[in-house]
Design a protein around this ligand. Structure first.
Ligand SMILES: [Zn+2]
Length: 428
C-alpha cells in the first residue's frame, strides 16, 4: 500500500504549478482536491537545536515517513526524536513510523504546528518493533517528537521567567560544559535573612527524558506563584533549580543515557567526568557544610511500562534512623499532594548494590553518603508513556512536588523525637 507509483501525480504537479503561477485561484482549487496531497513533496528536517531523526523512507504519495532516532556515537541511547515536516497540505493525514521499541516508541507521540504548543497524537499502531502514528495536520508545517521537547533555550527562558516573576530569584551558570555550553540555573534566595534550609531540584541528567524538565518547569512556576504555600517556601528556604543537567546532549538531540564513559547519573564519584555533576557536588557539599541542606530531588522519566510516578530511594541500611524518618515523612507528603492525574501512590524502589554496580555514583546515593544524617535525597521518576504524560500533566506533577516539599518542611527535619534518637533503633 505504501508504494503507490508517483509518476502520474508528479507530472501533473508540474503542470499544476505552471498553471497556478499564472492563475493563483486555480492552485487554491487544486489543493482542495483529494489527490492534491500526493503532489506535494514532504520534507523532513532535524537541523535545529534538540532535533533528531534519520529518514529511512518517505513515500510522498501515501504521505508516509519512516524514521529512526539519530545515532550519536558514544552519546548514549538513540531514543529521542524530534523532526520538522514541511510540504503538508493542511487537512491531510500524515503517517510517521518510528522504531525500534521500547524507548523511542511512546504509545502516543507528540505533534505541534507552531513548535511551542504540543498535543498527543492518536494512539500509534505497533508494526513489528516499530510504531506507526497517523495524525491529521491542519498546517503546512508540523513538528513531531517523542515527547514535548524542552530545549536549552527553554531552560534559559524558564530562568528569565522566574527572575521576572520573583525578586528573590538569582540566575547563575552552573558551569560551562565540556561542549562549551553554559548550564542555566537559578537560586531562590530570600533577601531578609539567611535561610536555615536549602533544597536542590534538578532534571535531565539523561538528555532524552524531556518530561522531567517540564516537571521542573511546573515546580518553578508554582514556586514563583502567589500561592501562600509557595510564598512560605521561598520565604524560608534557599531553593536551587537546574532544569537541564546534560545540556550538551539536549543541544544535539542525543539520548545521553549510558553514554561514554558513563552517563551523568553514574558520575557522582570522587572524580566526576561531567562538569554539571562536579559543580552540583561542590555546591551540595557547601550547602551541607553550612548545615542548610535538607532535601535533594533528581527528576527523571522511567521505563516505558511505568504508568505512575515513583521514587527511587537509597538503600535503607545506608540511612540513619533520622534520615529514614525524614524520607518516610517526605514520601507521605508526596502521597498527600501528588494526587494525579499522574498520581504518586507510595511506590518506591531501592537502588543499591543489587540494582547497579555503579550504585554509589548515582546522585541521590552520593548525596545520602555525603551529607548530614537528616538529609533526604531521592529520584522522582515520572511516567512518560500515558495519556497524561503531556505538558499539563508533567507541570501538574511539578506543582504537586512543590506542595509536597512545602508540606514536608513544615516539620523541622533536624529534630528527632526522644524515641527516634535511641541508639540502634530502626524505623521500618
Ligand atoms: Zn533517567
Amino acid at each position: 500500500m505504501r508504494y503507490i507509483s508517483s509518476h502520474r501525480p508528479t507530472a501533473f504537479a508540474a503542470t499544476t504549478t505552471i498553471i497556478a503561477l499564472l492563475m493563483p485561484s486555480l492552485l487554491a482549487h487544486a489543493q482542495t482536491e483529494p489527490s492534491a496531497a500526493s503532489r506535494s513533496q514532504l520534507k523532513v528536517e532535524t537541523n535545529f537545536p534538540n532535533g533528531s531523526g534519520r529518514v529511512i523512507e518517505i513515500n510522498h504519495a501515501s504521505r508516509y515517513i519512516r524514521i529512526e532516532p539519530t545515532t550519536h556515537e558514544l552519546r548514549g541511547w538513540a531514543c529521542w526524536w524530534y523532526i520538522r515536516v514541511s510540504g503538508i497540505v493542511p487537512g491531510e493525514m500524515i503517517t510517521i513510523e518510528v522504531g525500534p521499541e521500547p524507548w523511542a516508541t511512546p504509545s502516543q507521540a507528540m505533534f505541534s504546528t507552531d513548535d511551542r504548543t504540543w498535543q498527543q497524537t492518536a494512539p500509534g499502531e505497533p508494526v513489528g518493533r516499530s510504531i506507526k502514528y497517523q495524525q491529521t495536520i491542519d498546517a503546512p508545517v508540523a513538528w513531531f517528537a517523542w515527547g514535548p521537547p524542552f530545549t536549552v533555550a527553554a531552560a534559559t527562558r524558564l530562568v528569565n521567567q522566574a527572575k521576572q516573576a520573583c525578586n528573590d530569584v538569582q540566575e547563575f551558570t552552573l558551569c560551562e560544559t565540556r561542549g562549551g555550553r553554559a548550564v542555566p540555573a537559578m537560586r531562590f534566595q530570600p533577601r531578609e535573612a539567611t535561610p536555615t534550609s536549602a533544597i536542590w531540584v534538578q532534571a535531565r541528567q539523561h538528555a532524552w527524558e524531556a518530561g522531567s524538565s517540564w516537571v521542573c518547569k511546573g515546580f518553578v512556576e508554582w514556586l514563583v506563584s502567589d500561592d501562600p504555600r509557595a510564598a512560605r517556601l521561598r520565604g524560608s528556604t534557599m531553593v536551587t533549580v537546574v532544569p537541564i543537567m546534560d545540556i550538551d546532549n539536549v543541544a544535539i538531540g542525543a539520548g545521553g543515557k549510558n553514554q561514554v564513559p558513563h552517563d551523568h547519573n553514574r558520575d557522582w564519584s570522587e572524580q566526576p567526568h561531567w562538569r554539571s555533576v562536579a559543580e552540583a557536588m561542590r555546591e551540595l557539599r557547601r550547602l551541607d557544610d553550612t548545615g542548610q541542606l535538607d532535601l535533594f530531588v533528581d527528576l527523571h522519566n522511567p521505563g516505558a511500562n511505568t504508568t505512575r510516578p515513583f521514587y527511587y530511594v537509597p538503600p535503607r541500611e545506608l540511612m540513619t534512623t533520622l534520615r529514614q524518618r525524614n524520607l518516610d515523612r517526605f514520601l507521605a507528603a508526596s502521597r498527600i499532594e501528588m494526587t494525579g492525574p499522574l498520581q504518586f501512590t507510595g511506590e518506591i524502589r531501592e537502588s543499591g548494590p543489587e540494582y547497579d554496580e555503579g550504585w554509589k555514583q548515582i546522585s541521590k546515593n552520593w548525596v545520602t553518603l555525603n551529607s548530614r544524617d537528616h538529609v533526604v535525597a531521592t529520584t522522582l521518576e515520572i511516567s512518560w508513556n500515558t495519556p497524561d504524560s503531556t505538558i499539563d500533566g508533567y507541570q501538574t506533577v511539578g506543582r504537586q512536588l512543590g506542595l509536597a516539599i512545602e508540606r514536608y518542611l513544615q516539620l523541622d527535619p533536624h529534630k528527632a523525637t526522644s524515641q527516634e534518637t535511641k541508639p540502634g533503633q530502626q524505623i521500618r
